[in-house]
Design a protein. Sequence first.
Length: 118
Amino acid sequence: MSAKILIVEDDVVFCKMLTRFLSKQGYEVRDAQNGKDAKELIALNTFDLAILDYRLPDMNGIEILQHMRAEKAEAKVILITRYGDDEIAAKAIEEGAAAFVSKPINPKELTEVIHQVL
């Protein structure tokens, strides 16, 4: 059975590209472009991994991570941050994220992080 991944990224083009890339890697992928839609997907699905962008139009990735933990979601979390957002990355790890990846994202690096986390 392939791992089920949630991607939450407000850049639609990047989100869809990442969704296609991971689907071709054999993962079952769902995506959302904002926190509201992400919360709906979390309520309706069980994910093995969530890849969360920090900056979203209606909330941030750490808030989604906190929501997941409050809902007892067991998914591992990778937070995506812009290069140099070390404070945000540290906060994400403190809140339970398994890893963080800086933008711009190298697909090979992301794949390696996913394999480490899962």
